[in-house]
Design a protein around this ligand. Structure first.
Ligand code: C5P
Length: 402
């Protein structure tokens, strides 16, 4: 992947250095253009050292035959990224002004453009900036951010440049991957089932594996809806995350997300919930005859089985997890049939494995075939690596079924 990265003049330019590192780590070739303003915030030396490329900054030095011309610079790329994109450069882009190398390249390019606006929140909210953004979007320019948060002047508001990881995800999505055009639904985290307004039933799921799967699918180009129970994991970049508490809310959010091509149920949904959640906090010792409360439990809906049994909008691929502490593979194989799913990722969650809440996972992939289920052992790997492998596998399977 080749990226022409235009760094314009904003304090967020320092984050573009990290973006260059991220792009390089992904094997991208980065050609940087630094505007005059950009060079006030980061030096050409640091940009070129990280990009391992010459920094282009002068329109007129490019006219020399020995130099690469600005038209070639604008076109020998898969994507043009403007990060940070100031109000000024956005205004010029919206109006076709080309008065330096960056804006000339932007006018000359026939490649997709992604902008990461960064400015003070008042500048962002100005009618002129909003109008320019509308024009740019109507012209097919893609945007990422800006985010809400602390701004350089100490104010809080909308205007922060998107984080490098988010820009990277937007770049990958813009360039498309093997899951481009695929809609994916992922469930993640535990559910909380209220006993009363302050107490609930939950489990030890961290959401790490499910969130990593949502992120991995988005990186390959899928449009992902992540339905997450309460988790400390950050919303993955480039993913639409819906936050829920209970199993019933999770089911509603999943049904809302249909139709999808693939559903991956990684949530540790509570199997039961209290039959009746008290509306007031249950007080110790104040109950009639002062006995401990008896929790009557009722079964929660099974989201995976519900998705697997949909008649008209069943996802083409329904994938579940089986977290067991013994006879992992045998239980998982049985679950394929009982849950009506296509694949089960079986993992051992015995306390000694550290899987719950840990960063690593050891899984078996069990898939349904015409004969006996096929069992594949994956090497122990980080949850992020397991997610990437699963996303690749989904891409191969959906691609070959298309
Ligand atoms: O039955 P068990 O909880 O072991 O099944 C695990 C699989 O089923 C996981 O994929 C989990 O996300 C899914 N599941 C669900 N809804 C439930 C219970 C489990 O989607 N109520």
């Amino acid at each position: 992947m080749r990226v022409l990265l235009i760094i314009s003049g904003g304090i967020a330019a320092y984050k573009s250095l990290e973006l260059i590192r991220g792009l390089r780590r992904h094997g991208a070739q980065v050609r940087p253009i630094l505007t005059k303003g950009g060079a006030q915030f980061v030096t050409p030396l640091s940009v070129s050292a990280l990009a391992q490329e010459k920094v282009y900054d002068d329109l007129f030095s490019l006219t020399d035959e020995s130099e690469i011309g600005h038209i070639r610079l604008a076109r020998e790329t898969d994507l043009v990224v403007v990060a940070p994109a100031t109000a000024d450069i956005l205004a010029k882009m919206a109006n076709g002004i080309a008065d330096d190398l960056a804006t000339t390249a932007l006018l000359a390019t026939d490649r997709p453009i992604l902008v990461a606006p960064a400015m003070n929140s008042r500048m962002w909210a100005q009618a002129s900036t909003m109008r320019n953004m509308e024009l740019l979007k109507a012209n097919g320019v893609m945007t990422v951010g800006p985010a809400h948060g602390e701004l350089a002047e100490g104010e809080i508001g909308i205007g922060r440049m998107a984080e490098p990881a988010d820009i990277l995800a937007a770049i990958e999505a813009a360039l498309g991957g093997p899951l481009t055009g695929v809609r994916a639904l992922v469930t993640s985290g535990p559910t909380h089932e209220p006993i009363d307004p302050v107490r609930y039933i939950a489990n030890r799921s961290s959401g790490k594996q499910g969130h990593a799967i949502a992120g991995a699918c988005a990186r390959l180009g899928a449009a992902v809806t992540l339905v997450s129970g309460p988790s400390n994991e950050a919303d993955p970049p480039g993913v639409e995350t819906v936050h829920v508490e209970t199993a019933r809310d999770m089911l509603d959010a999943c049904l809302q997300a249909l139709p999808v091509d693939v559903a991956i149920c990684a949530a540790a949904v509570s199997d039961w919930r209290p039959a009746e959640a008290e509306t007031q906090k249950i007080k110790k010792g104040r109950r009639t005859n002062a006995t401990s409360p008896n929790l009557e439990l009722v079964e929660n809906p099974d989201i995976l089985a519900t998705l697997g049994a949909r008649e008209n909008d069943r996802p083409r691929l329904v994938i579940g997890f089986a977290a067991e502490t013994d006879d992992v593979v045998a239980y998982a194989a049985a679950k394929l049939a009982s849950k009506g799913c296509d694949w089960i990722l079986a993992n051992d969650v015995s306390p000694h494995t550290g899987t719950f809440g840990g960063d690593d996972n050891k899984v078996h992939l069990i898939s349904r075939t015409a004969d006996a289920p096929r069992i594949e052992e994956w090497p122990e790997a980080s949850k992020v690596e397991v997610a990437a492998r699963l996303a690749e596998r989904i891409a191969e399977t959906l691609g070959s079924a298309a």
